[in-house]
Design a protein. Structure first.
Length: 151
């Protein structure tokens, strides 16, 4: 039977595919930069009369480095009174609209996002955040919550 110190041990870091620094990383067609995602509007469809349901304000990164969710700001005016809602990243699609522009689309309505629970952040210090990144995402995703509007 393991002792209490053994059961609370930090799991080993998740192995990552190494890159060679001298050759760097070559971006592929399916890669997207976070800076090109954050700030983009989100629509509920691709046709010309689709509603703008909000704006991407942040990305939530799992302990394994993958994107778990996008934080969408909904409602408010010029950012005042805006509500933060987390949507699973897999629900966000980058599609070509009827006017041949690319846009981010979620298949939900502005009302559903407005009525969704507020996104809560995890309070961590920088050293905890680095430690959490090396932990298994199932243990790193257990939040101690605080309202994101308090930031």
């Amino acid at each position: 039977m393991p002792s209490s110190s053994e059961s609370s041990a930090v799991p080993p870091p998740i192995p990552r595919k190494p890159i060679t620094i001298s050759s760097g990383y070559a971006q592929v067609d399916t890669d997207q930069l976070a800076t090109k995602i954050i700030g983009q509007p989100v629509y509920d469809g691709t046709d010309a009369n689709s509603d703008n349901v909000g704006k991407i304000n942040d990305l939530v990164v799992n302990g394994d480095g993958s994107i778990a969710a996008v934080v969408i700001g909904v409602g408010g005016f010029l950012g005042i009174g805006e509500k933060q809602v987390a949507v699973d990243f897999s629900a966000l699609q980058l599609l070509v609209a009827s006017d041949n522009t690319k846009r981010f689309v979620v298949t939900t309505s502005k009302d559903e996002l407005t009525n969704a629970p507020d996104f809560k952040t995890v309070d961590t210090t920088p050293s905890q955040a680095v430690s959490d990144m090396s932990m298994n995402s199932s243990t790193a995703d257990q939040p101690t919550t605080s309202s994101s509007s308090a930031q």
